[in-house]
Design a protein around this ligand. Structure first.
Ligand SMILES: [Zn+2]
Length: 471
């Protein structure tokens, strides 16, 4: 097939077979001539490829060799045992939050982090969801917190343990010490997401990675790692996965959003370590550091529920995007000069060749400005939020759409921003409740309404010292 043709791809996934094992065959009704069940129309999703023919071939071959996600131990007819994590036991049909120490210490802080295990009453895959591996990235912690809210885990709600087949383990903030410091890094200055699988006698971060990997994450069948952009940038909601790894390919597509970047994870990352151990793994990127944006959180929550539905861990049909864009090549647009950056576009903006993406002005030379121009038709998957730039600073992550710009343009809002699947619905964790307004008598004694804001937020978010948060 020529490279520039979007192909039709079957949505039916191998994992759809998992359910078949346990379901008893319907008994044929009495002598009546059997009605043949109406053939279900096979739904298709358009798939646009922005990747090399060689890589496509490699992915196709890997998927062809892969038959099914079914494993005997997930058979619904076999009994469900307790789930054990760090010698703590969670019984079938139970949800339990465990405190797990990241480090062995005799004196000092052992860095306990909460891990919630929702252990279904029936067998199935173990799916681990992690957030905050970079301590200042709040999309993951926010999405995990919504997933654990009572509107999700109460009886008859989407994550009711009694309706679950398998085990869901949610770790809202892996790097809790970094989160407390409002920093991406661990207290010893290292990036936890470059230290996996870790060493028991290694540096502090490496020891934590070792414990997390061996005692917690290794026992997963699937892993969803939730991230956002680093400080000074903001990401459009997107999935990253090694599409030539069949288990990861399935999870990435099941997440149910349009843009999937085919990428091999960096050395020492949790994703790379997980894939090497046969765990189907994807990372989600949405929003920016030190910030919670509603759309990114909502897409993350929807995506996790979609994966759980696709794997038949929870009941219900996953939602699908109208099309998928599987892409490989992306480039950073960089500042040619130093100065103050004025972005003309944002994350998920669709741009045309020659369009101005940003302008840099130099306070030392008023009147002189330099434009940064889109090198082709494309989608901005990440843009800078920090206005300070020097020559070479990345200002935008550009995904060229040489062949499929029209497909993307068919799903734009009035600001030429790409609309991500799942971002427009009502948030699933919110319920419509009637609100009673109450009025309190008396004088306001807190001073000016924004007085606290002015004194508490004196820090510079770029340096990570955002001041104390108002609770
Ligand atoms: Zn991250």
């Amino acid at each position: 097939m020529p490279d520039d043709e979007p192909v039709e791809e079957s949505v039916e996934m191998a994992i759809a077979d998992v359910d078949k094992v346990a379901k008893p065959k319907p008994k044929p009704k009495r002598k009546k001539p059997q009605k043949r069940p109406q053939k279900k129309a096979k739904k298709t999703i358009r798939v646009a490829h922005e990747m090399s023919a060689d890589r496509r071939k490699e992915i196709k071959l890997a998927l062809k060799e892969h038959e099914s996600e079914h494993r005997d131990e997930w058979d619904r007819s076999s009994g469900q045992k307790s789930h054990v994590i760090m010698r703590k036991r969670v019984k079938p049909g139970q949800m339990r939050t465990l405190m797990v120490n990241l480090l062995d210490v005799e004196i000092g802080d052992a860095w306990p982090i909460p891990i919630t295990v929702i252990h279904g009453s029936r067998p199935g895959p173990v799916v681990t969801i992690t957030g905050g591996i970079h301590g200042d990235e709040l999309t993951g912690p926010s999405a995990c917190t919504h997933l654990l809210s009572t509107s999700m885990t109460d009886p008859e709600r989407p994550l009711d343990p009694l309706h679950i087949a398998g085990t869901i383990r949610i770790i809202p903030i892996i790097n809790l010490p970094g989160y407390r410091n409002k920093s991406r890094y661990f207290p010893d200055g290292r990036d936890l997401n470059r230290e996996f699988p870790g060493r028991i006698k290694g540096n502090t971060t490496s020891r934590v990675a070792h414990r997390l990997w061996h005692d917690v994450i290794k026992g997963s069948d699937y892993l969803i790692d939730l991230h956002s952009a680093a400080k000074g940038r903001i990401n459009m909601p997107q999935v990253r996965a090694n599409l030539a790894d069949p288990h990861s390919n399935i999870v990435a597509k099941a997440f149910g959003i349009e843009v999937i970047l085919d990428s091999k994870p960096p050395k020492g990352s949790l994703r790379r370590t997980a894939i090497n151990a046969g765990i189907g793994c994807m990372t989600y990127e949405g929003g920016g550091a030190d910030n919670i944006d509603h759309e990114s959180t909502q897409v993350a929550v929807n995506g996790v529920l979609n994966v759980l539905k696709s794997l038949h861990v929870i009941p219900g049909n996953p939602t699908r995007p109208r099309f998928r864009l599987l892409a490989q090549g992306s480039t950073w647009l960089r500042a040619g000069e130093g100065g103050l950056l004025d972005m003309w576009v944002g994350p998920s903006s669709v741009v045309e060749e020659g369009e101005i993406v940003a302008t840099i002005s130099d306070p030392a030379h008023p009147g002189l400005t330099v434009d940064i121009i889109a090198p082709g038709d494309g989608l901005m998957i990440c843009t800078a939020t920090n206005p300070h730039v020097s020559a070479g600073t990345p200002v935008g992550h550009f995904l060229p759409l040489s062949k499929h710009a029209e497909l993307i343009r068919s799903q734009l809002d009035e600001n030429n921003m790409f609309i991500i699947a799942g971002s427009e619905d009502e948030p699933v964790w919110r319920e419509e409740v009637e609100v009673d307004e109450i009025s309190l008598e008396g004088e306001w004694s807190g001073g000016s309404v924004d007085a606290e804001w002015q004194t508490a937020f004196t820090g510079d978010s770029e340096s990570g010292e955002a001041g104390s948060r108002i609770s």
